[in-house]
Design a protein around this ligand. Structure first.
Ligand SMILES: C[S@@+](CC[C@H](N)C(=O)[O-])C[C@H]1O[C@@H](n2cnc3c(N)ncnc32)[C@H](O)[C@@H]1O
Length: 208
């Protein structure tokens, strides 16, 4: 399959996909893209904007996977806004929810002819488009048939990026030796549990 892996991050979702697929990954942060490339040297890695790449290349792929940033949709986003009112504001940034998430889903639903999966958090509001399933701590929108998968408890009790690397099966040494421009714990936390990434890809393959 030709897979477009948008908002690729460090590639948590990709880890258990194996080598039989032709994967193109798009990530706009060069340091994170370099970390992805080290893990998956055979993937084509594009450092650029995922929305733009999709608009110009969607006809080339059998499967589009998109993991757009979730910060502005989490329950924490609302907590941060409350902190601004309570003057208990930390270093947090209040964010207007990034509704391009729904533009992306609309585009894939109505204009793309292949299989697609969009992954995000469970939002603090009623989603504008109902989710297809809940897989771990993720909301999934997709045209692939799938069952929901319950959240693992262990993910909630982690308190260090190193532990999270080990639990998720990420390459601890690689993360330890990579200098990122911003917080490593956020980058590691953003990585999907590879088992969930494999489960979702298996749902696509089973439905073919
Ligand atoms: C939720 S994380 C992706 C996690 C990834 N699926 C995984 O399992 O490891 C989202 C990533 O998208 C990147 N990103 C945000 N906006 C982007 C854009 N417009 N184009 C490309 N990458 C973007 C961020 O730098 C971040 O690494």
């Amino acid at each position: 399959m030709k897979i477009l892996n948008l908002f690729a991050g460090a590639g948590g979702n990709r880890i258990l996909w194996g080598d039989e697929h032709e994967v193109t990954a798009v990530e706009y942060r060069d340091d994170i893209a370099a970390c992805y490339k080290q893990q998956f040297p055979n993937d084509e890695v594009i450092v650029g904007d995922a929305y733009e790449y999709l608009e110009t290349h969607f006809t080339e792929f059998d499967l589009v996977w998109a993991s757009p940033p979730c910060q502005s949709h989490t329950r924490m986003a609302r907590t941060i806004a409350s902190r601004a009112y309570n003057k208990t504001y930390k270093n947090d940034k209040v964010r207007i929810p990034d509704m391009r998430l729904y533009g992306l889903i609309f585009f894939l639903q109505h204009m793309f002819r292949g299989k697609w999966i969009v992954e995000n958090v469970i939002p603090f509001y009623k989603p504008l488009i109902p989710q297809t399933a809940f897989v771990g701590r993720h909301s999934i929108w997709s045209n692939v048939e799938m069952e929901s998968v319950p959240k693992k408890k262990r993910a909630e009790i982690l308190n260090s990026w190193k532990k999270e690397c080990v639990v998720k099966g990420l390459d601890l040494e690689l993360f330890q030796n990579t200098k990122f421009k911003s917080r490593k714990d956020v980058i590691v936390h953003n990585c999907m549990d590879p088992e969930m990434g494999k489960y979702l890809l298996d749902c696509v393959i089973d439905g073919l």
